[in-house]
Design a protein around this ligand. Structure first.
Ligand SMILES: Cc1cc2nc3c(=O)[nH]c(=O)nc-3n(C[C@H](O)[C@H](O)[C@H](O)COP(=O)(O)OP(=O)(O)OC[C@H]3O[C@@H](n4cnc5c(N)ncnc54)[C@H](O)[C@@H]3O)c2cc1C
Length: 403
């Protein structure tokens, strides 16, 4: 008989009370609290390392306390409780002032579920517990300079050499590679097969000889992603994900989880809420402007649509269904709303958004506006989402296949 939800809640609160402080109330009043509204991390490498240290320390404590992988298999340190208990934990934890866990989003949200679904027991034993305890950080090595939307066109080669594979090639846009310990990579293992059929997935040790990580500076200032070069990198065959040349299935598992985690936001403003936008309009005397009011209403409505679409998709997955085109609708609604939010801030702020005068709550919005294009591209571009909706929801004719 598993612990009841109420007993679990009591246990979780006892842990949180003993290990963390309540999160202070964030004021949305003008000039109070932080005015940060960016979407990407803009920290210096030193700040990033300090954030990572604090995030790891908290995650290890949470794991050791029995809340690190609540629904996971016991053999990897999980508690095998229903996923509803994960949601109880997340909502209780959100009330406490704990370090951001964003560095683990890819490792836990995408790499770990793929390992669970496709890896050998050796790889599961080696990495799953470590990923959930944050002893190990994971990254996603999919995109290449000529293979993004057309992922199956990737060219990084893995060639078999006895019990090992030898990897040569280049990946790009690898978020968090600079602090990752393992990476999920998709390589071409048979160039003579049709492009979707000659791929295989592997887990690589990011500290292996022959791997070089070079940061890419983004226009918002930070450097969240990297180019990753592979020169004769050796990977044991038991680190293969799924069967040889079945890497497309492996990639799809990861991409479904990626779309779910990106589309899963709260409609564009996260914890900030709409109050921040209302305050912005009030402060600059635009709260009675009918056009501004109309735009605010659109943001509110579309934020709710994104949230509900995502909840519908999540309910389907929880009921045992496969993530479907709802994920694409959820992601597209979210990114459209982010663009509306950035445009709204620009309409109210005018030149204040591009000239840093030091005034609270003004130039800070530039970071959001400059981050939106990245979110419209990450995890499947807006155009690719529209193709999926056109073909799989509306039943329009398929695009002509290329290659
Ligand atoms: C914030 C961020 C984080 C990322 N993190 C990672 C990561 O950790 N790991 C990783 O592997 N990758 C990562 N990426 C890369 C991301 O997956 C790719 O950028 C994305 O798949 C698009 O590929 P691309 O950049 O090569 O653009 P392209 O595919 O070259 O697209 C260029 C343009 O053509 C359009 N286009 C392409 N194909 C079609 C089509 N069939 N129909 C209509 N229009 C089309 C696109 O919409 C886009 O406007 C990240 C990207 C971003 C922005």
């Amino acid at each position: 008989m598993p612990i009841s939800e109420d007993e679990f809640r009591v246990e979780a609160l006892e842990f949180l009370e003993a290990n963390a402080k309540l999160r202070p109330e964030v004021s949305t009043a003008w000039g109070e609290s932080s005015d940060e509204v960016g979407l990407l991390t803009e920290h210096t490498p030193e700040e990033e390392l300090e954030d990572l240290r604090a995030a790891k320390e908290w995650r290890a404590r949470v794991f050791d306390g029995g809340f690190g992988w609540i629904s996971g298999p016991a053999q990897y340190g999980g508690r095998e409780l229903p996923t509803a208990y994960e949601r109880i934990w997340s909502s209780l934890e959100a009330g406490y002032d704990t370090p951001s866990q964003s560095q683990f989003g890819i490792g836990l949200g995408m790499v770990a579920p793929t390992i669970l679904a496709h890896a050998t027991d050796k790889v599961k034993d080696a990495y799953l517990r470590g990923l959930y305890r944050a002893d190990i950080v994971g990254c996603q090595l999919f995109s290449e300079p000529v293979a993004g939307s057309d992922l199956a066109g990737l060219q990084t080669r893995a060639e078999r050499d006895g019990d090992e594979w030898v990897i040569n090639g280049q990946k790009v846009w690898t978020s968090g590679a600079q602090f990752s310990d393992i990476g999920e990579i998709i390589c071409r293992t048979d160039p003579d097969l049709p492009k979707h059929k000659g791929l295989s997935g592997f887990i690589v040790d990011m500290h292996a000889p022959g791997i070089e990580v070079r940061p890419l500076r983004q226009m918002t200032g930070g450097a969240s992603f990297n180019e990753v070069f592979f020169t004769d990198v050796r990977v044991p065959d038991d680190h293969r994900l799924g069967d040889v040349n079945q890497g497309w299935t492996v990639a799809l598992t990861t991409l479904m989880n990626e779309r779910a985690s990106i589309g899963g936001g709260g409609g564009g403003l996260g914890t900030l809420g709409h109050e921040r936008l209302i305050e912005l309009a009030r402060h600059f005397g635009r709260a009675d402007d009918p056009v501004i009011r109309q735009r605010l209403a659109e943001i509110y409505i579309n934020g709710a649509v994104a949230r509900y679409t995502n909840q519908r998709a999540m309910a389907k997955i929880k009921a045992g269904g496969l993530p479907g085109p709802e994920m694409s609708i959820g992601k597209l609604t979210l990114t459209n709303n982010l663009r509306r939010i950035a445009d709204f801030a620009a309409a109210v702020l005018g030149p204040r958004m591009v000239a840093d005068t030091g005034e609270w709550g003004t130039y800070a919005w530039a970071e959001l506006a400059l981050g939106v294009p990245g979110i419209r591209v990450a995890g499947g571009t807006d155009e690719v989402m529209r193709n999926i909706i056109g073909e799989r929801v509306l039943g329009l004719p398929k695009e002509p296949a290329v290659g």
